[in-house]
Design a protein around this ligand. Structure first.
Ligand code: UDP
Ligand code: MG
Length: 318
């Protein structure tokens, strides 16, 4: 099956950048070199996510030689928000989301485009090696995806990230989603469309380090888990039922024992353990509920997801 695509399509490259002063020039020059050889029509949309370093100044300098459209956020809002802004701003027939830290291999872009031409609306990269991540991070990632797929009825590909091509249909569908707590990997899966995964290997960063600290990643994981399923709430209910049933059967056993063998000295340790255990479960359940209430709180405030302090279009500047 082949879906007719526009004759001379425009590809929007959506490039989030946070504190990438050492990588951005190398990245953009390598990208434009590849794009020139591919002979495609493109626009480069770079989102400077409130970089505290010289990324912004470097972008303006690069804009003199490379056609750039830049959105400068008023502060750091996070990659999910940067991608959201880029998707809103992009005017292409398809968009390619790519990191600005040179970790995504540029030679795959051609394959992405080829599959789009053949009729796929979403072409996503699948990370092949997570060896560089360390054992703990890899295990936690695996647990997170297990929990995510357990609770939500939409399949989310574990090793697929933001490196992907999206057809205009998918871009418009994503733009129509109003939610503020954004977990993009889940949203891509939620909008659906005919998709295909392409394996790729993440390359080393030439400079700097990942800005995803353990704290940031855990927060994103909790947003992901609680935005895509009500499974955690259900789990706390199941735990409640299990503990109540165990308490009931233990209670029946005590009554039975007292009736048959008479009363013995009450076990204070059993009591303490039971109280602590139940208290813990109750606190966890309240915490889970709190996460969902937090989402409602964020949504009802209706604050914008990001603030664009300035836009820059190198074509208009010159
Ligand atoms: N990034 C961003 N805002 C942030 C953090 C990161 O726009 O708050 C960008 C960053 O410049 C890079 C991409 O998102 O282009 C991926 O970030 P990073 O390399 O830190 O994450 P990782 O590769 O570890 O997933
Ligand atoms: Mg990176």
């Amino acid at each position: 099956m082949s879906i007719p695509r526009p004759k001379n399509p425009l590809f929007s490259f959506i490039i989030p950048a946070y504190a990438e002063e050492k990588n951005i020039a190398l990245f953009l020059t390598s990208l434009t070199t590849i794009l020139t050889t591919l002979k495609i029509k493109y626009e480069l949309v770079v989102i400077d996510d409130g970089s505290p370093d010289n990324t912004g100044a470097i972008l303006r300098e690069l804009g003199k030689t490379i056609p750039l459209k830049c959105l400068f956020f008023s502060r750091n809002f996070g990659k999910e928000q940067a991608l959201t802004a880029g998707l809103k701003y992009a005017s292409g027939d398809a968009a390619i989301l790519i990191d600005s830290d040179c970790q995504h291999p540029l030679d795959i872009i051609e394959t992405f485009i080829k599959h789009w031409t053949q009729g796929y609306d979403v072409v996503y990269g699948i990370r092949q090696d997570r060896d560089g991540d360390g054992y703990i991070r890899r295990s936690l990632t695996a647990i997170f995806y297990k929990l995510l797929t357990l609770g939500s009825n939409i399949p989310i590909e574990p090793n697929a990230g933001d490196f992907r091509l999206l057809d205009r249909k998918a871009i418009d569908a994503l733009n129509a989603l109003p939610e503020r707590s954004r977990f993009m990997k889940g949203l891509y899966a939620w909008v659906g469309f005919k998709s295909i995964g392409i394996p790729f290997k993440v390359t080393q960063r030439p400079a700097g380090c990942s800005s995803y600290t353990f704290r940031k990643l855990s927060s994103l994981a909790i947003i992901g888990l609680t935005s895509f399923s009500t499974f955690p709430i259900r789990l706390s209910m199941i735990l409640g039922i299990i503990t109540s049933c165990s308490a009931l059967s233990y209670g029946s056993w005590i009554i039975f024992k007292t009736l048959i063998y008479g009363r013995d000295l009450p076990g204070w340790s059993t009591l303490t353990v039971a109280i602590l255990f139940l208290g813990g479960i109750q606190l966890i359940a309240i915490g889970i509920l709190g996460e969902y209430i937090g989402h409602i709180f964020t949504e009802v405030k209706k604050r914008p997801q990001y603030i664009i302090a300035e836009t820059y279009d190198s074509k208009k500047e010159s």
